[in-house]
Ligand binder design. Structure first.
Ligand code: ADP
Ligand code: MG
Length: 622
């Protein structure tokens, strides 16, 4: 490469890039060697991109069709160079790619960093460290690059000390590709050493599909296996190699939780290597965030983030699919309509669900780690993927009245195993929080009869249950809905209730159109009243979410159920003063709304009503 650079132009790093750079240098210090993994990973990506572009434009590749990543060092000068003959970058690309961070949500991400090195290191890992990790070991970095297909004088050199700014100048460069020169910090000179470099390459980059060569005694020798990992046999691959490859495809710093590697032969031939991460990415809930697997066709890289191969509710899965049947010029549009893709997608979906089921059976603790990170995403499954409803249902976990612990994770199968004799339904309750659910008056009769109820309080639960009507042949029943017939006898059932049936009609005439009906309850033990909704009505939680989203929600009136055995109801039954009866009926209704976590139409009036009663009560007490 010739060294006649033009006048350099100075640019400032994007604010987020600057902050991230600073934090990265400080928080990743204890794991400095990963900088090499990141640079080799980028070089390998650059070669993948050139191979792909070259499919349609062979001129881009020309005579130089052997690909390599080359590492060399000069111990005396304290420099380390990583070069590739991949796609290279134009001047504009250099400025955009090495001066900004294009990932959406970067600003929010940076705002979350605390300055606490340990915590930040974990966070940055999830974000993906990338090119900037060079500055962990270098106090100056120089990038010389020329885009494939451009003329020799169209090269660019980028330089930075990793502080506020970088410079860019034009430079004649004879061959395509990118060369990154690190001027090692005094404390990082150890990296300019043959044995050390060899070890790091073997440790992190063995699985890279191109040869990574190291220069010693003026000769290049290949250090890594240089065979794309997924093309090797399962038995030839160590767990460490699988983990290393995960970091390459996922840009995740952490190890994966588990993975599945399969080769399928027959009518369709493809290989898949799918990983479940340990941690949710910071932008899991960002709908526009790229997702999906890396797609290869006949070992040629085609695209990142091919989202057509997995359903949305498995968007956390990372990995590679390599198909032998798809055309090399396949586009996203074609993928969307291709039957082969649909077949592969169905098979991969099953694989992931099987992988999770296996994990749940063999290592419940690790499965619970998964559940805590991704359970809410998986809950989108039953409504999205009808065909796999039953397998997804087996993977779901809930809190339950069984031991009333929030972290407790009961599966539907556990529940079924504990069902009472004569019980043929799975009961659940949806509320806006764990405490509301656990304290709900709706649960009283269930407790008394020892019948377990699943407690649901995630925003998505109402939606989940709308897609999941039964499990193992047993209907799932919302305890808030419809009339209940619970198995088991209760001595109270045969006792004459304290208040008369006629009381219900009296209360209904006070509440009028605000309620659908007032009826005697079989749900309650200690509480005087509760609200129930119709079998097919929208749940309270769904109603709240839709209202908050500004959606029109159809009107629906709850039914007020009253506990005729309760002293308050007996007292009301005996009440002859119409004014007081109206007050008590209204209070009863308001209390039931509050216990459900509903908002009162007129909270101030409720407070006045309660206060008026308290004043009277205190007067009597004195
Ligand atoms: P990521 O690899 O996650 O995209 P990086 O920070 O590692 O993020 O790299 C930023 C971008 O810089 C890459 O997406 C790529 O466009 C460009 N880049 C980095 N290294 C090279 C290289 N050796 N050849 C070509 N482009 C590169
Ligand atoms: Mg990278």
């Amino acid at each position: 490469m010739s060294e006649t650079a033009s006048a350099a132009e100075t640019f400032g790093f994007q604010t987020e890039a600057k902050q991230l750079l600073h934090l990265m240098i400080h928080s990743l210090y204890s794991n400095r060697e990963i900088f090499l993994r990141e640079l080799i990973s980028n070089a390998s990506d650059a070669i993948d991109k050139l191979r792909f572009e070259g499919l349609g434009k062979p001129d881009l590749i020309g005579a130089e069709s052997d690909y390599w990543v080359r590492i060399s060092f000069d111990a005396d000068a304290g420099t380390l160079t990583v070069a590739d003959n991949g796609i290279g970058m134009t001047r504009d690309e250099v400025i955009a790619n090495l001066g900004t961070i294009a990932k959406s949500g970067t600003a929010e991400f940076v705002a979350k960093l605390t300055g606490d090195q340990k915590k930040d290191a974990a966070l940055i890992g999830q974000f993906g460290v990338g090119f900037y990790s060079a500055f962990i070991v270098a106090d100056e970095v120089e990038v010389r690059t020329r885009k494939a297909g451009d003329s020799a004088d169209a090269g660019t050199v980028w330089r930075s000390k990793g502080e506020a700014d970088f410079t860019v100048a034009s430079m004649a460069i004879e061959s395509r590709g990118t060369e990154i020169v690190l001027h090692l910090k005094e404390s990082a000179k150890e990296f300019a050493e043959d044995f050390r470099l060899r070890n790091i390459v073997r440790k992190y980059s063995d699985h890279i599909g191109v040869p990574v060569q190291l220069k010693s005694d003026d000769a290049w020798s290949t250090v890594n296996e240089a065979k794309a990992l997924w093309t090797r046999g399962r038995n030839d691959i160590s767990d460490d190699e699988y983990r290393g490859f995960y970091k390459h495809v996922s840009h995740d710093f952490d190890d994966p939780l588990t993975w599945s590697h399969n080769r399928v032969e027959g009518k369709l031939e493809y290989t898949s290597l799918l990983y479940v991460p340990k941690h949710a990415p910071f932008d899991l809930w960002n709908r526009d965030r790229p997702r999906g697997v890396k797609l290869y066709v006949q070992r040629v890289f085609i695209m990142d983030d091919a989202e057509q191969f997995l359903p949305l509710y498995l968007r956390f899965v990372k990995g590679v699919v390599d198909s032998n049947d798809l055309p090399l010029n396949v586009s996203r549009e074609i993928l969307q309509e291709d039957d082969r893709v649909a077949t592969i997608r169905a098979a991969l979906t099953k694989r992931v669900l099987d992988l999770l089921a296996k994990l749940a059976a063999s290592d419940p603790d690790r499965y619970h780690e998964f559940w805590d990170e991704f359970g809410e995403v998986l809950k989108e499954g039953p409504a999205e993927d009808f065909a796999n409803r039953e397998s997804i249902a087996k993977l779901l976990r809930f809190a339950s009245t069984h031991d009333g612990n929030m972290a407790q994770r009961t599966s539907l199968a556990d529940y079924v195993g504990r069902m009472k004799e004569g019980q043929n339904k799975i009961y659940y309750l949806c509320a806006d929080g764990f405490d509301t659910a656990k304290g709900s008056p709706q649960l009283e009769m269930f407790r008394k009869r020892g019948i377990e109820v699943l407690l649901m309080y995630d925003r998505i639960d109402d939606w989940l249950m709308s897609g999941l009507r039964e499990f193992d042949g047993k209907p799932l029943h919302d305890v808030m809905r419809g009339e209940l017939e619970l198995p088991g006898e209760d001595e109270a059932d045969s006792e004459e209730p304290a208040a008369s049936e006629g009381l219900c009609a009296r209360i209904k005439s006070v509440l009028g159109d605000t309620v659908e009906d007032v009826r005697a309850s079989s749900r309650l033990v200690e509480s005087p009243a509760c609200l129930v909704i119709g079998e097919n009505e929208m749940g309270v939680q769904m109603r709240r979410i839709m209202t908050a989203a500004g959606q029109h929600v159809p009107d629906s009136k709850p039914t007020l159920e009253v506990n005729l055995g309760h002293p308050l109801l007996a007292r009301m039954d005996a009440e002859t003063d119409d004014g007081r009866f109206t007050e008590l009926s209204t209070l009863l209704f308001e209390q039931a709304q509050l216990a459900d976590g509903r908002a009162l139409k007129d909270p101030a009036a409720h407070v006045q009503r309660v206060n008026a009663l308290l004043v009277k009560l205190l007067a009597v007490a004195e």
